[in-house]
Design a protein around this ligand. Structure first.
Ligand code: DGL
Length: 272
C-alpha cells in the first residue's frame, strides 16, 4: 500500500504550493485534495472551516497519508491549531498535520530591512490575526500590516487574473495597503491563489518592495521537517506518484489545475 504525503486546499490554490513541493521533493508519493465543492473557505466561520478541514484530513488518513500539509492559509489560520491540539491526539496521534503560516513566519525577517511587512490574504486569514501573532513570535520588532483582498480569489478562480479588469483590483488593494503603511518593503502573498497575480502585483508596486510567495518557503520547510523527523519520513512511500482528487467536477478541476500546477492534471472525484 502506498503512504503518500497529503496536500490539501479548499480548491486549486494549494497547487501553487504543491508545485514547489513536488519540484523540490519529487521522490515521494503525493495525494492532493481540493475541496472545490465547498470552496472558497475565505469568508466562512471558524467552526465551518474547522469542520470541513478536519473532514478532509480524516480522508487523507484513510488514504494512508502519514503526513498532511494544509496548503491553504485560511484553513491553516482557522483550523490547524484545533486539529493539532484537540483532534489529532484523539483520532491519529501517530500522524502529523502541518500548515503554511508558521514556515512563512519563520523566514519573513530575512526579507525586510524596514521591519514593516504587508500581509495580503483572505478575510478569514486576516481576521484570525494568525500572521501577526506568528511573525511576532520570531520577529518581535516587525510591524505587520494586514489587508484582506476579497476580490483576488474570484479573479483567479474565474480565470480573469491576466485580464485588464484585474488591474483595477490589484491597484486598489496595493494602494490601500501602501497608503496606510508607506514604509512597507516586503509584501507577503498569504493566500495560495495570489501567486497567479504576482506579475500584476509587481507591475504596480514601487521599486524596492519585495513580493514573497509561499510555495518555495513551504517546500524548503517540509524538506527540513523530514530531515528532522526520520520517524515520519521513513513511513512515506517513494515512487514519485501523484494523485489528484476534487470534491467537485473533475473536468473543471483538470482545466484550472493545469494552470495552477503548471502541468497537465487528471483528477478523480471524491465524496466526503
Ligand atoms: N486557498 C485559500 C487561502 O490560501 C484561498 C481560497 C479560499 O478562500 O478558499 O487562503
Amino acid at each position: 500500500m502506498s503512504h503518500p504525503i497529503g496536500v490539501f486546499d479548499s480548491g486549486y490554490g494549494g497547487l501553487t504550493v504543491f508545485k514547489s513541493i513536488a519540484a523540490l521533493l519529487p521522490q515521494y508519493d503525493y495525494v492532493y485534495l481540493g475541496d472545490n465543492a465547498r470552496a472558497p473557505y475565505g469568508n466562512r466561520s471558524f467552526d465551518t472551516v474547522h469542520q470541513y478541514t478536519l473532514q478532509c484530513v480524516e480522508w487523507f488518513f484513510k488514504m494512508g497519508c502519514p503526513l498532511v500539509i494544509v496548503a491553504c492559509n485560511t484553513a491553516s489560520a482557522k483550523a490547524l491549531r484545533t486539529i493539532q491540539q484537540n483532534d489529532l491526539p484523539r483520532i491519529a496521534p501517530e500522524k502529523r498535520v502541518l500548515g503554511v503560516i508558521r514556515p512563512t513566519a519563520e523566514v519573513i525577517g530575512q526579507y525586510t530591512k524596514t521591519n514593516s511587512v504587508g500581509v495580503l490574504g483572505t478575510k478569514g486569514t486576516v481576521s484570525s490575526g494568525s500572521y501577526e501573532i506568528e511573525i511576532n513570535k520570531f520577529f518581535p520588532d516587525i510591524k505587520v500590516h494586514q489587508l484582506a483582498c476579497p476580490m483576488w480569489v474570484p479573479l483567479v478562480e474565474y480565470g480573469e487574473y491576466k485580464a485588464e479588469g484585474a488591474d483595477y483590483f490589484v491597484r486598489k488593494y496595493l494602494d490601500e495597503l501602501l497608503t496606510s503603511a508607506p514604509d512597507i518593503d516586503t509584501i507577503l502573498l498569504a493566500c495560495t491563489h495570489y501567486p497567479l497575480l504576482a506579475d500584476k502585483i509587481k507591475k504596480y508596486l514601487p521599486e524596492g518592495i519585495t513580493t514573497v510567495s509561499q510555495g518555495p518557503i513551504v517546500a524548503e520547510s517540509l524538506a527540513n521537517y523530514l530531515l528532522r523527523h526520520p520517524e515520519i519520513e521513513r513511513t512515506i512511500t517513494r515512487s514519485g506518484k501523484r494523485h489528484f482528487y476534487t470534491t467537485d467536477d473533475t473536468a473543471d478541476f483538470d482545466n484550472h489545475a493545469s494552470t495552477f500546477f503548471g502541468e497537465k492534471v487528471r483528477s478523480e472525484s471524491v465524496q466526503l
